[in-house]
Design a binder for this molecule. Structure first.
Ligand code: ZN
Length: 101
């Protein structure tokens, strides 16, 4: 039996700027402009990132780094600066990515 190490998924995040709507953070209660964060997961081969196979958008509180994953129309609204928070599944965008092997 041989062990072949191909590499590990690499995640990069990019801050796309403020969403434009000042809101009270559901976590730290500060009035903040949430930032739109693009998180890309790369397929890598021998530790060289080759291509992105997953894109996720989160909004993130600049004060406490609390993040919420958004999708679909929420992303469009966030890019237009019109996203207002609704009940959603809160996740921390600075959390370690889950390994799904
Ligand atoms: Zn906050």
């Amino acid at each position: 039996m041989s062990l072949i190490i191909i590499g590990f998924d690499k995640q990069t995040s990019k801050d796309l700027g403020e969403t434009g709507v000042e809101q009270q953070c559901v976590w730290c209660s500060n009035s903040v402009f949430y930032h739109l964060i693009l998180i890309r997961t790369w397929f890598s081969y021998f530790f060289i990132p080759l291509f992105v196979y997953r894109r996720e958008y989160h909004i993130k509180c600049p004060s406490c780094s609390f993040g919420i994953k958004i999708r679909g129309n929420e992303i469009k609204a966030a890019k237009r600066g019109e996203l207002s928070l609704r009940a959603n599944t809160p996740v921390r965008s600075n959390e370690e990515p889950k390994k799904t092997d």
